[in-house]
Design a binder for this molecule. Structure first.
Ligand SMILES: [Zn+2]
Ligand SMILES: [Zn+2]
Length: 234
């Protein structure tokens, strides 16, 4: 009885809010009904590019991945990701991770991940921002999937922000920038690699390549959302 009272009391103080539009909702840690209708989900992803199969752009891309993502990066969902990334709304990580893990389990029900890791920031950038949004997602995904998080990748130098570059310049910008963390056992492991969004896929591609080069057996990638082709500046 008492805990029930406390539950309702805190429920009034901290009502559940929709992770996307921030409206109060009864649906804790789920989208409100209005957002559930408008947010665009990826139902049948192409494993190479993570896009809806009917919108696959693998034939126009050099960065084949093994990627799943629950959402298309647009409208209110894109704004929510930006709030998570730049406005310290860290609580959103839990919701995004839940959706990411549901997408992973649907596409790869048989896989057992030895660990989850993330696209790293340089130490300097991480300290400046105070957190790495991809690391928060990776840690929440590891919890949900019942495995561990490992800091398996290191970014050795700062690079020009990928979104400021044209698609062709992106890979050059990232050349040899990701290294594996020697203190993490990677050989023979099945790894889940997390990032927030996938644009051309160059960053995930380079990170995945570094893990495979270090002997990883299998590397799957997961993001919150994939950027539609028309928004990629090439
Ligand atoms: Zn909403
Ligand atoms: Zn594809």
């Amino acid at each position: 009885m008492k805990s029930n009272f406390l539950f309702h009391f805190f429920g009034l103080l901290f009502p559940a809010r929709c992770p996307v539009c921030d409206e109060v909702t009864q649906r804790r840690s789920r989208l409100c009904e209005a957002c559930e209708k408008t947010v665009e989900r990826i139902e049948e992803p192409c494993p190479g590019c993570g896009r809806e199969k009917s919108e696959c752009m693998c034939s126009r891309s050099d960065f084949k991945l093994q990627l799943v993502a629950p959402f298309v990066y647009k409208d209110d969902l894109a704004l929510a990701i930006r709030r998570f990334k730049f406005n310290d709304e860290l609580i959103l990580s839990e919701y995004f991770a839940k959706e990411m893990c549901a997408a992973v389990s649907k596409e790869y029900p048989e896989k057992k991940f030895d660990f989850v890791t993330c696209v790293p920031l340089t130490k300097k950038k991480r300290n400046k921002r105070g957190y790495n949004q991809s690391e928060l997602l990776a840690k929440d995904c590891a919890n949900l999937l019942g495995t561990v998080f490992e800091n398996a990748l290191i970014k050795s130098r700062d690079t020009t922000d990928q979104h400021e570059l044209k698609a062709k310049e992106r890979l050059k910008n990232l050349k040899d920038v990701f290294e594996v963390n020697k203190s993490v056992e990677i050989k023979g492991k099945t790894v889940l690699l997390c990032d927030d969004i996938k644009t051309t896929g160059a960053t995930l591609y380079e990170c995945r390549k570094a893990l495979i080069k270090a002997g990883a057996k299998d590397v799957c990638c997961v993001c919150i959302a994939v950027v539609p082709e028309k928004l990629i500046n090439d």
